[in-house]
Design a protein around this ligand. Structure first.
Ligand code: SF4
Length: 259
């Protein structure tokens, strides 16, 4: 016996809040949608701006691993946690360019270079600028994540050909002090402003799975949605528990998200 296929009416499209900003409660209302409705609405937004099947591939390379002086409680690269991650020197230019060529051959169109620094020193900047120039010359979009920037450094990176700078807001400002003690979230906004002022695109997201509440998550999303202009990329990372992380999240199960 055949059954008629029932087409359900479209769920209402996501409507922008009446105010110019996203209240946290509006984000929480999105969180409350049934998953399929959320996926459907997300697809409507996607298809309004991109080809239906479009997925952008980006490859991230750690150009300088470990030994970081910051205390981000989720990060095995922080020198103060005994996670087995050794502090390494910055990679040679050729190694980075070989990795970028391989990424391009595998379909990536954006190549991101990440360094475990609180902030880049001037002597590092020259090396990173050479990497940016080299990757750009391969015809890829360039991205870097190097920590906090001083005045003028965003312009240096832009002039080398940097398209995107990644700098995450990490988590809800109200939860920030539980996760990171060596900086304030306002320091992140300072660097984001410098990146914007230099005309470099912003890649800015956060991390979940650190014991934050659902309301903390919604507050982070609202904060990201209220950046003006919006970040061009929004990476949302899920905590990978690593043995030896003794920071604030180290002894919490990654799935422990309280209501
Ligand atoms: S600044 Fe970056 S590399 Fe350093 S501890 Fe924090 S997340 Fe890790």
């Amino acid at each position: 016996m055949s059954h008629p296929v029932a087409f359900h009416p479209s769920v209402a499209p996501i409507t922008l809040p009446e105010s110019a900003t996203w209240p946290v409660n509006d984000v929480l209302a999105l969180f409350d949608l049934p998953f399929n409705d959320l996926m459907f609405q997300a697809q409507q937004v996607h298809r309004a701006h991109f080809e239906a099947g479009d997925v952008e591939l980006a490859t991230l390379l750690s150009i300088k691993t470990g030994g970081c002086e910051e205390d981000c409680g989720y990060c095995p690269q922080a020198a103060r946690y005994d996670t087995g991650v050794e502090a390494k020197k910055i990679l040679p230019l050729d190694t980075v360019l070989d990795a970028a060529r391989e990424a391009k051959a595998n379909g990536a169109t954006r190549f991101c270079m990440g360094a475990a620094w609180r902030e880049p020193k001037e002597r590092d900047m020259e090396k990173v600028e050479a990497m940016v120039r080299g990757v750009k010359a391969l015809g890829m979009e360039t991205c870097a994540t190097l920590g906090m920037l001083k005045d003028g450094q965003a312009e240096q990176l832009r002039d080398a050909g940097l398209d995107y700078y990644n700098h995450n807001l990490d988590t809800d400002p109200a939860f920030y002090g539980e996760i990171i003690g060596t900086r304030e979230q306002s320091d992140r906004h300072d660097t984001l402003r410098k990146v914007r002022d230099a005309g470099v695109h912003v890649c800015c997201g956060g991390i979940v799975g650190m014991g934050e509440t659902r309301a903390n998550r919604a507050a982070l999303i609202a904060e990201l949605a209220n950046l003006d202009p919006y970040p061009e990329s929004v990476p949302i990372n899920n905590l990978v528990q690593v043995e030896g992380l003794t920071g604030v999240v180290g002894d919490r199960p990654a799935h422990a998200v309280a209501e």
